[in-house]
Design a binder for this molecule. Sequence first.
Ligand code: TXA
Ligand code: MG
Length: 328
Amino acid sequence: MTEPPHPDIATRRLLADARGVAEAAGILRAGGTVAFPTETVYGLGADATSGEAVAKIYAAKDRPRFNPLIAHFPDAEAAAAHGVFNAAAHRLIATFWPGPLTIVAPLAAGSPISDLARAGLPTVGLRVPSHPIARALLRAVGRPVVAPSANRSGHVSPTSAAHVLADLNGRIDAVLDGGATQVGVESTIVACVDEWPRLLRVGGVPRADLEAVLGEPLAEAGDAIVAPGMLASHYAPAARLRLNARQVEPGEAALLFGDCDLPGVDQAMAAINLSARGDLAEAAANLFAALRDLDAAGASSIAVAPIPNEGLGEAIRDRLARAAAPRP
Ligand code: TXA
Ligand code: MG
């Protein structure tokens, strides 16, 4: 672990009222870093047009520089100046923006989004979040804002300001505290750069909803276009995860779903149910906080109950699989 760049300077916590939003916008316009809530997870924002500001994000997160960032906008009109949209992109945008969908498109000529933000790629990830605080902030900044999830690279994504500070206190200028996020998993990423719309990351918009709008199945990422950030081991808590567990072993913590109680759960070091009523949206919203809380309970292994592979369940299973993958 590297030392914070400014160990003596604590990150400021700003209330997400009109004054806090204006202050956060001022910091971003001056080239600083501010974490802010979106409907998916908290993002770590910086001015996308300033290579210097973007470099602070990579440093604060310890993020590899080959991993490009998503640029955020208050509305589709503002985003349109930065990407070249094909027919599929237009359809998806009309239905799902604002909302938890990122479109990867060829960079528009003349866009000032910095090379570093795109990790040198000829494409750019564009997103219009639906969170009212995020939109107010983006409107006030008046420039594209890059925002990866506001966690240390490889850690669990933050769904509250407290999660952000647990990872980044002293490493970023401020966090705009807008309470817990609603969706809880990151945006779905679709690449619209060749004739097939390709699903690069499952996320807040379920695959079936996208395919219903497109009228055809989504292609997989393929070799040419990938999201470089989708490393196998990611979203990793300190504890090991044991997926599709049928019982809880002695000394384990338990992550449950629905009304099924795994045998041995009464002996668990800690147990959290993502959604006792079996609601996948509720489970997604609770996922990352639950991983952090079970980690804090100190178990070295977490038994994870089976999660159905439908709707938001696909994104939940994806994040759990990455959290369970062998660490580099
Ligand atoms: O919900 C979200 O998308 C959150 C909130 C804050 O907006 N952001 C987020 O950013 O999850 P991040 O950096 O943690 O994940 C972005 C992913 C990475 O896997 C990155 O490789 C991919 O998007 N990506 C960004 N630009 C890309 C591009 N031009 N081509 C392919 N993949 C791209
Ligand atoms: Mg991330």
